[in-house]
Design a binder for this molecule. Structure first.
Ligand code: TRP
Ligand code: ZN
Length: 871
């Protein structure tokens, strides 16, 4: 009987150490042979050797060169168990694989004729029987043998030793990784690939060969990834003192990949959409994403690879920390304030929703069915917020000191989030006992704010009270340790000196309230007049505020706060109030009337000549429906859409001239430039065009259409396509057809065409989506196609929420699940918000969830995520 669930509390240290492993790969078209020779050392006598292995064909197994017979070991679906082993021994196992038939895209598989691997989290067990757990770290030597004409490029981790011809048109490569690693970081690539090369010299003088591999003909699109890698290497030296530790760094772009990218030691494998870019084929957002993911995978070399995980429950140890590092990198490469706004938007839209849904889990979970389901926004993005809070508490200098200590203590080890917290807190003399609850308690805390000004005493009283809504298995929570960055402003918007005993400045000179009690009052003395509160600056903690601030104060902060994050936050808060009001009006059957004061404030922003363009774009952007959905008790797709649309239309009507002026001012200014400032201007002018399109004016659609046909970069082309695809304009069909004709053979770019259509708010889009799945360019076995069409459709709140769409997506999950459980499981997030649906819709969604759960043999990945919705 397979064990349904695994628990953190059941962790036992390994009974064996693997001192080294040699892997020989013999690659063929029909089947491949893998010979794994490992040196074992017994750590705990009398314990049988348990090796993980799945879907493998066993050829032979030997101990110290002596073949074992079937009586010497036991094989199950998931394990090989050898009861009697000497205290030190060499184990040799030969397996047979069929990578060409491996549709799960984990283990060894083939993508467009290229052999490649994906071992995280537990794919190595599909290559050979092994102790497939991150706390078993060992040294690898690898040989790869293959046909030379078909597979001229043979890659693995570490140093290239040699390549030799072995006759019969075949050749063999030898690789050796000098660093010990867990098997989830093993990688192999064999294929006919193009490459670009450059170098990086580390601060210590090591010259590193950098290579980016991609399909032939795509090399020119690899340069941005190369530059991003070089910037990352430099940044990690400057900011964290971390140097690269091998002579080679390779990135390989693959079309069929379950996730974004993988940090295999010295040999990163990437989803090609996160490598390939030039201004004709990639948008500004794509360039930005590539830079950040290349950095993320590079940063893993220290946070993940050199210091790795004790067990998979600790996943956030490397992912939260590495996301934090890549966010900081992006902030330094672009604009810190704008970057923070974007990171918080995505945290709120994705992670807060996850924390409020049936699959809420702590940053360090305690149990699971499928380890692959751990790769969530909570582990990644909320995990990053936990690191950020630590930095806010100890200050940047203190944080760097803690990071140095972390590497000093744990280099070469497999450790836990506890170890990390200790390394940061101890050198800074801080107590993180209470802080660590953030790792164990799920849910988004709420901080309620009460303010009182005592005229006579000149005292401002701020009362903060924290709570946290119940989440699965956690009805009650203990108080969190919440760092709240704050300030008080006088009437002119000047920052006041804070006179409060309970507040200390951190080492960066920021005023931080460390809320630890459930309820606490802070008294600020020596004030002549009522100050205006600015709190949760820079979004210093992942919480929701329950703050009935006066409109007066919100508009004041939107205009005057010294914290740019909060200026924009207040604009969002006000917009949400206006939207909420419109939803009420809609419910009462009234004609929708948008608050004039809000419209006026937007006009003021619009006409501000001193505001940075990217920041202005963020100020003018209304909260997404996903964010609105979290604020509202019930999901009302039609009312939500109507409310947002109505405000947009009013903004466009009231500012038509200014929007047109902005558009013309920035249109075609350095259309090929990738400078941050130009990115921002382009963002703003395309946003202006989006607003103008709300007017449904044929003259505006002509401008949009012109932009499509004359675009000199993909950002402008996509903006125009997006606008027209979501309109009834006469230009619509033509531009969609043109885009398809131009890009139908480009697996990366054609996904944009799918997404644009999947996100349209037009009626009857389900029929269009169904037709698109029949398009010859759509391949349900390709994860990018599934994500860009089907998954995008499930996030389309307006079009997805109906019986037929639920049924359609359930059918697709059932179809994909047996082939690729990881991709199917990611689609299951479609049903994460069932708790928010009105009764009728909820029943329809539940019917589909039940139907899926009842499918015999449904993967544990999908089952785990769907079952929770039924409870
Ligand atoms: N470790 C990868 C990262 O975050 C994530 C990853 C790559 C992954 N491939 C995967 C997660 C496959 C799950 C399954 O950088
Ligand atoms: Zn990662």
């Amino acid at each position: 009987m397979k064990q349904e669930k695994i628990y953190l509390k059941d962790y036992i240290a390994p009974a064996f150490a693997v001192e080294s492993v040699n892997l020989d790969f013999i690659l063929n078209e029909d089947f491949c042979r893998v010979i794994a020779k490992s040196k074992f050392k017994t750590l705990k006598a009398g314990v049988p050797l348990h090796l993980n292995g799945e879907e493998l064909k066993l050829v032979s197994v030997k101990i110290n060169d002596k073949a074992l017979t079937a009586a010497d070991y036991q094989l199950t679906d998931e394990e090989m168990i050898i009861a009697n082993v000497p205290s030190e021994f060499t184990l040799e196992i030969e397996t047979q694989l069929e990578p060409q038939n491996n549709t799960s895209l984990e283990g060894l598989y083939k993508s467009n004729g290229i052999f490649c691997t994906q071992c995280e989290a537990q794919g190595f067990r599909k290559i050979t029987w092994f102790m497939d757990r991150p706390d078993v770290m060992t040294s690898y030597t690898v040989t790869i043998e293959a046909d030379k004409a078909k597979y001229p490029v043979l890659l693995s981790n570490g140093d290239r030793i040699k390549v030799e011809d072995i006759g019969n048109g075949r050749h063999k490569a030898y690789w050796r990784d000098p660093h010990k690693k867990p098997c989830y970081l093993f990688a192999l690539v064999a294929g006919d690939l193009g490459v670009i090369r450059d170098t990086f010299t580390t601060s210590g003088g090591r010259k590193v060969n950098l290579e980016v591999y991609a399909a032939h003909g795509k090399q020119e699109r690899c340069w941005h990834a190369m530059e991003s890698l070089q910037k990352s290497m430099k940044w990690d030296e400057e900011v964290f003192g971390r140097e690269y530790d091998l002579n080679e760094y390779m990135i390989v772009a693959i079309d069929d990949f379950n996730a974004g990218a993988m940090e295999n030691k010295g040999l990163n494998i990437f989803n090609s959409r996160l490598v390939l870019a030039d201004s004709n084929s990639a948008t500004d957002a794509d360039f930005h994403a590539i830079e950040s993911v290349v950095a993320h995978e590079y940063f893993h070399n220290w946070t993940g690879n050199r210091v790795t995980l004790r067990d998979w429950f600790q996943l956030s140890l490397k992912e939260g920390l590495t996301v934090f590092r890549d966010q900081e990198f992006s902030a330094d490469m672009t604009d810190r304030g704008v970057q923070r706004i974007e990171d918080v938007d995505s945290l709120r839209a994705g992670q807060f929703a996850e924390d409020a849904g049936p699959n809420a889990h702590p940053v360090r979970p305690e149990s699971c069915m499928a380890v692959d389901n751990f790769f969530t926004m909570t582990i990644y993005e909320k995990g990053s917020e936990l690191i950020r809070m630590m930095q806010t508490i100890v200050g940047r200098k203190g944080f760097r000191k803690g990071m140095d200590e972390y590497f000093r203590r744990h280099d070469g080890q497999a450790v836990t989030t506890e170890d990390f917290a200790a390394a940061i807190s101890e050198p800074n003399g801080k107590d993180f006992t209470q802080f660590k609850r953030w790792y164990n308690q799920s849910g988004t805390p709420v901080v309620a704010i009460q303010e009182r000004f005592d005229d006579k005493a000149g005292e401002y009283h701020l009362t903060l009270e924290q709570s946290c809504p119940p989440t699965p298995n956690q009805p009650k929570k203990d108080p969190f340790h919440i760092p709240l960055m704050m300030g008080l402003l006088d009437k002119s918007g000047k920052e006041l000196n804070l006179n409060c005993e309970k507040i200390e400045k951190n080492s960066d000179g920021q005023n931080v309230i460390e809320l630890k009690a459930q309820k606490e009052t802070y008294v600020f003395k020596g004030l002549k007049e009522r100050p205006v509160l600015s709190i949760l600056r820079e979004f210093s903690a992942p919480v929701n505020l329950n703050w009935e601030a006066s409109e007066e104060d919100l508009y004041f902060l939107m205009e005057k706060d010294t914290d740019s994050f909060n200026r924009r936050e207040m604009a969002q808060k006000l917009a949400l109030r206006v939207m909420s009001d419109l939803i009420k009006q809609h419910g009462q059957g009234k004609e929708l009337k948008v608050d004039q004061r809000f419209l006026k404030a937007m006009t003021t922003v619009m006409s501000d000549q001193n505001m940075d363009a990217a920041f202005k774009a963020k100020m003018l952007q209304l909260p997404s429906l996903a964010i609105l959905a979290q604020m509202e008790p019930v999901l009302q797709p039609v009312a939500f859409d109507k409310a947002r649309q109505t405000i947009r239309k009013e903004i466009a009507r009231g500012n038509k001239e200014a929007l047109l002026a902005t558009y013309h001012k920035y249109h075609n200014v350095e259309p090929k430039s990738r400078d941050t400032k130009i990115f921002g201007q382009r963002l703003l002018k395309n946003q202006a065009l989006h607003y103008l399109a709300e007017l449904n004016d044929p003259a505006i659609f002509d401008i949009v259409n012109k932009q499509y046909w004359e675009a000199q970069n993909m950002t402008d082309r996509m903006t125009a396509l997006m606008i027209l695809a979501d309109s009834e304009s006469t230009h619509r069909e033509k531009v969609l057809a043109d885009f398809h004709d131009n890009w139908k053979n480009d697996s990366v770019v054609i996904n944009k065409w799918f997404t644009v259509q999947a996100l349209a708010h037009r009626p009857h889009i389900l029929d269009e989506i169904k037709a698109l799945t029949k398009n010859p360019t759509f391949n349900i076995n390709n994860p990018n196609n599934v994500y860009s069409l089907l998954r995008a459709f499930t996030t389309n709140i307006v079009s997805f929420n109906n019986e037929k769409s639920y049924e359609f997506i359930a059918d697709k999950i059932i179809e994909i699940d047996p082939k690729n459980p990881q991709v199917a499981a990611r689609l299951c997030s479609a049903f994460n918000f069932v708790g928010k649906l009105e009764p009728q819709l909820k029943e329809l969604a539940m019917k589909q969830i039940k139907r899926m759960v009842d499918v015999p043999g449904l993967s544990k990945n999908s089952r785990e995520l769907l079952q929770s919705a039924l409870q």
